[in-house]
Design a binder for this molecule. Sequence first.
Ligand code: F6P
Length: 324
Amino acid sequence: MKKIAVFTSGGDSPGMNACVRAVVRTAIYKGLEVYGIYRGYEGMIEGDIKRMYSHSVSNIVQRGGTILKSARSEEFRTKEGRQKAYEKLQKHGIEGLVAIGGDGTFTGAKLFFEEYGIPTVGCPGTIDNDIYGTDYTIGFDTAVNTALEAIDKIRDTAAAHDRIFFIEVMGRDAGFIAVESGIGGGAEFVMVPETKTDLDSVVNALKNLRKTKTSSVIVVAEGDDEGSAETIMTKIKEKIADSSKEFKVTTLGHIQRGGSPTARDRVLASRCGMAAVEGLIAGEQNCMAGVTNQEVVFTPFGDCIGREKPIVRDHLRLIDILSI
Ligand code: F6P
């Protein structure tokens, strides 16, 4: 293998740049030519592909976003789109790919590999942490810390006004960000898609809070079955029916996707990027390089996207016990 290319795809996540840097520098270190594909599968279809050098990735390890830009490509979902992408890769003589992204990225990579056989290794880049085969995904730690900082600030004002705050965090269909930011932020409740929360139990608990607890923070994962934080707040407000209680909603939104990556995310990104290139050279393909129990592990794309990554049940118990 002489030429490989790297791209970032799907929702960006802090640490993607550190991962791109690790891929580019490891490839050069190992004597490969390395190319950057811009805007994910969109750029692959359009042939937006440029040679990268060591200096191309200088001064990016600390930056959020992705210098390669990212996109969600509708055209790549079609056979014709993938055919065009293959032709562009052939034109540049690309023999291997490193795909940095989440489940959508890996779904595309798996299909593309099955059709055209270009060896591809993925790196788990998403704030959602919803990828099987790695303990954490690149960007999750930063997103949790960003959410936590916001929760801390909201708690100050919640306490000052004796208010009940519903804070909605990202995570798509997973509750990892909600659970970890909820534990760190001392939330009274955390609502996640992985478990069904009985709203009446939340109402009862809010009614029966000890007298010294005059404000509450409830963290809601955006994918919760009961709906958005706004919807849940409205339902609970109706059920409590106590006009002396004030309810507020804050949706944290895309702030969770930006910012300088934490040390944990930079290290994870660097490890996965290096492992992906070394894996490609060693013959790994159609799989993701993740880190489990401190070890690099290669997991088939089929498992990464097809197997559920369970939430840590003990984390939910922690919230129940520590919020009394
Ligand atoms: O997958 C990352 C993520 O930020 C999810 O948490 C969220 O549901 C989604 O992307 C938002 O996507 P977009 O930026 O396209 O609105």
